[in-house]
Design a protein around this ligand. Sequence first.
Ligand code: HEC
Length: 293
Amino acid sequence: MMRTIQLILAGVLLLPASKSAGQEWIVPENQAAVQNPAAYTLENVTRGKEIYQLHCKSCHGDPGKNNTLALVPRPVDIASERMQANSEGAIFFKITNGKGVMPTFESTLPEDDRWMLVNFIMNFNPDREALLIEAPPIKAALQAALNPENRTVEITAEYEESKGKYASLSEAPVIISSRQAFGYLEIGQTITGEDGKAVFNIPEDVTGDEMGNVYIAVSLNDTYEAEEVALENPIMGIPKEGGGLIRPGVLWSTNENIPVWLLFSYLFAAGGAWIFIIYVILQIAKLKKYGKS
Ligand code: HEC
């Protein structure tokens, strides 16, 4: 008996290992030769990128950054030589079928989407013209000050013109948010003027915490690499209803907060479970008795 269990366990544990043991991934020749039916255009590459961000980036990382997830075997950077050594048909085959940790996308993604992904991967092929060129984010610096009397935030933005030298950042979108218990809530946006300055009027009806305090944060969008500014002093807004995270009845650590229906259903369910357990124990005891006689 023990031996059988050991054998089954060993089988279960070894099966996935042998399946994904990093051997070469062989693609049938006729599959590798399949031509991409979708044209290599900026539109299709962009569409492929969107699908990539949703379904692939979590493991394969950002193209060319070698920041793939640390799995065994390790997912390949799509801009790498190893990925680009595949024919388009081979990439399509691999996306469709998967192998080991690499999932199959046959049922998750329509065929058309899989070819769009091939187009996006081809954007990093050394023999092709790259259609989608991503500009690296511009280094920028933000300053912000709250003027409580006029309910305004005064913002100054600069960008790094050359190494260590900053100049006014004009026409940059500035995002104003309120800091919440979980993340940020955008209140509004403004755009910097020629001098890199902007003024944002905080609306009267913005929601704050239970006390009505609104904590403001100021940031730039993804085009820029800038540290956000979190303003220390709050401004008054409308107090959040319901008293924040811990509403009575949400946490049942105190008995007064339990709704009656919940208390009864709990007691009923817990009582039922205990009766069942006792019943089972009694049955086992009975079995033993019969076994002896
Ligand atoms: C759960 C993580 C994971 C996700 C999600 C994932 N992959 Fe992979 N991928 C891997 C791993 C791991 C490998 C290496 C498999 C091997 O070599 O055995 C791999 C290999 C590949 C290969 C073959 C590379 C080669 O060596 O020839 C291609 C092509 C590929 N992935 C494309 C994609 C695409 C496109 C997506 C999104 C639709 C995707 N992968 C999503 C983990 C993942």
